[in-house]
Ligand binder design. Structure first.
Ligand code: SF4
Ligand code: SF4
Length: 438
């Protein structure tokens, strides 16, 4: 099979061997959960229960706060202690629903098997997905029901199921594909019925051949599913790069995949869709890879709202002093200011790094080697961007296309001068966006 790929990109070590064979395990529940009202793209969720009430596992506790928003569900049997402000993974403090866990009442969610899935209409399927609070689980957390409302006149040619997981260290999607291959295929069938694409692709990198084969076997009764094997390269899993590798069509700057007839959905999201439609289970827990300098790295089925400090304790604590904890992978993840931050629907993994591991990253002047330009998948000139960001020449920075930077981290990764290019570009993007919205 021919390996597909895109232009640019990097080949960082994968470090996936630490957790790739770790089966998904349910964690012991913490004493308290903090479920952020804002953990998805769009308007914060709006609570629908009163302080002090007892909640049941799977119960809806917040509804959509606007047109683009998401519902929230309790991951445990517990008592709702009201809204608090709590440290958020994106920085600062945000409103969260605090739930005291009733450990004596801990029991699994009771699924309700749905027999009539094939008779459900598109609209009914989208409504189930909306009511189940499903958002993109690859990290973006975009509400799925909204993404499924394809604007009229935009026929989807290629539905692509993203099983790439190109970020080093992370293996949560890989484990879902290995352990729930049949369920993932059923989830893909639901998406196919809603979107009605010409082609359905499952895309996986060639460092996950066992997952590739397992899904191929599970899809034996679904001959319309095509499989695309991709070269292992970062950021192969980003929407635009994936669409380019498979369809050879380029999403224009500022455009959406619809504009080139493509629709991408992460494999974890597809599994959540299966659970919602077939089992009546809303999205209140997810698989999180806990890895790095930790005694017992693994893939944990984690209630949404679990504090990171609890997850690190479940993984038997750090090896040595913790220097840094990242929510996500090392390239696109976000460094956490405190371990009080909690797991959200978009948390793919937690990476713990020790003092010993972190090499001294003091930047030196640019040597004009051009390495950052060669790897940029968006064909930007990171070195030039950095030069004008330093001089605060914002018009020039904008002309150089800073807003199309996807913050993949490739330029920083290859820079021999250790210049924090991505970080500076991210800050510049935020400044420009704020300036433009005034
Ligand atoms: S400029 Fe942006 S898109 Fe290009 S390599 Fe750097 S982080 Fe990635
Ligand atoms: S990779 Fe670093 S040193 Fe090389 S041109 Fe880019 S910014 Fe300069």
């Amino acid at each position: 099979m021919k390996l597909l790929t895109f232009r640019g990109g990097i080949h960082p070590p994968s470090y996936k061997e630490k957790t790739k064979d770790c089966r998904i395990k349910r964690i012991p529940i913490p004493d308290f959960l903090y479920i952020y009202l804002s953990q998805h793209t769009g308007t914060p969720s709006s609570p629908i229960i009163e302080k002090g009430v007892e909640v049941k596992i799977g119960q809806k506790i917040a509804t959509l706060g606007g047109k683009l928003s998401s519902a929230l569900h309790s991951p445990v049997n517990g008592v709702y202690e009201g809204i608090v402000t709590h440290p958020h993974p994106l920085g600062g403090r945000k409103e969260a629903m605090k739930i005291r866990v009733l450990k004596e009442k801990d029991k699994p969610f009771e699924v309700t098997l749905r027999e009539d899935v094939t008779s459900l209409s598109k609209e009914e399927l989208i409504e189930i997905i909306k009511e189940s609070g499903i958002v993109g689980m690859g990290g973006a957390a975009f509400p799925t029901y909204y993404k499924l409302q394809i604007p009229p006149g935009n026929k989807i040619k290629d539905l692509i199921i993203n099983g790439v997981e190109c970020e080093p260290f992370l293996t949560s999607d890989y484990r879902v594909m290995m352990e729930y291959s049949e369920e993932v295929i059923k989830g893909i069938d639901i998406l196919r019925r809603i979107i009605e694409p010409e082609n359905v692709w499952v895309a996986i990198e060639d460092n996950k051949l066992d997952a590739f084969r397992r899904l191929e076997d599970a899809a034996s009764k679904f001959p319309w599913i095509k499989f695309a094997l991709l070269k292992t390269k970062y950021p192969q899993g980003s929407e635009k790069q994936l669409i380019s590798a498979i369809t050879k069509r380029e999403v224009p700057e500022g455009g959406l995949p619809f504009s080139v007839g493509a629709y991408v959905q992460n494999v974890g999201t597809v599994f959540a869709i299966y659970e919602a439609v077939y089992l009546g289970k809303p999205l209140f827990e997810r698989v999180v890879t806990v890895t790095g300098s930790i005694r017992h790295p693994s893939n944990f089925l984690t209630p949404i709202g679990t504090p990171l400090e609890h997850l690190i304790e479940v993984a038997e604590g750090p090896i040595g002093e913790i220097a840094k904890v990242i929510n996500g992978g090392p390239l696109m993840g976000i460094t956490q200011a405190t371990l009080k931050t909690c797991v959200t629907k978009g948390t793919t993994g937690i990476l713990v790094q020790s003092e010993r591991e972190l090499k001294k990253m003091e930047p030196t002047p640019c040597i004009r080697c051009g390495a950052c330009v060669l790897v940029c998948p968006m064909r930007l000139l990171p070195t030039e961007l950095y030069k004008y960001i330093e001089k605060e020449k914002w018009d020039r920075v904008e002309d150089l296309g800073v807003l199309s930077c996807m913050e993949c981290g490739s330029c920083s990764y290859v820079c021999p001068a250790k210049i924090p290019l991505t970080q500076e570009i991210k800050i510049a993007k935020n400044k420009l966006i704020k300036k433009e919205s005034k």
